[in-house]
Design a protein around this ligand. Structure first.
Ligand SMILES: [Zn+2]
Length: 166
């Protein structure tokens, strides 16, 4: 499924952009592993991406995780001074990964059919950013919230390497 995800247009685009930015992905950059806890995947700085194969059943879910984590890899590649222990840096990358990967599309589409909730996508991204950043041992809940609010506008509107949010 990881191999298949590498052939989807969005993953191919991100891979190309990483190469252009000088961060070509090695052969085993994306690995399938068994994960404890309710996580679908992760980015390990400098090491690569893991996809939690024991929690994945659908190709779409694998694609989603790969796209999300590749955006983290892209952020680390382009910003030489990115520090994951910095809650604002981490929050910024989560905002971008949540927004640009379309993590919140499915629910947004679903909800749209039943009730028109404005701003649902942003609410969904916020919730997911908080979940990720509070899992960072350097970021308390209050620190994560402050960091997210402080960088929200800049990072939500920063759609690189896309021209606009896909
Ligand atoms: Zn993330």
């Amino acid at each position: 499924m990881i191999q298949r995800s590498l052939r989807t247009p969005m993953v191919r685009f991100l891979k190309e952009q990483l190469e252009k930015a000088g961060c070509a992905l090695g052969d085993n950059f994306i690995k399938a592993v068994n994960c404890d806890g309710k996580v679908s995947g992760g980015y390990m700085p400098g090491l690569g991406i893991v996809v939690c194969s024991n929690h994945m059943e659908l190709q779409d879910d694998v694609n989603q995780v790969v796209i999300h984590e590749l955006i983290h890899a892209y952020d680390e590649c382009r910003a030489a001074n990115l520090e994951w222990s910095n809650c604002a840096h981490h929050a910024c990358s989560e905002i971008r990964a949540g927004h640009l990967s379309g993590d919140c599309h499915y629910k947004r589409e679903l909800l749209r059919g039943y009730m028109k909730i404005r701003g649902h996508e942003q609410e969904c991204v916020r919730r997911r950013v908080m979940k990720s950043v509070t899992a960072n041992p350097y970021c308390s809940e209050a620190a994560a919230k402050d960091a997210m609010e402080a960088v929200w506008d800049v990072c939500y509107n920063d759609t690189k390497p896309f021209d606009r949010a896909p």
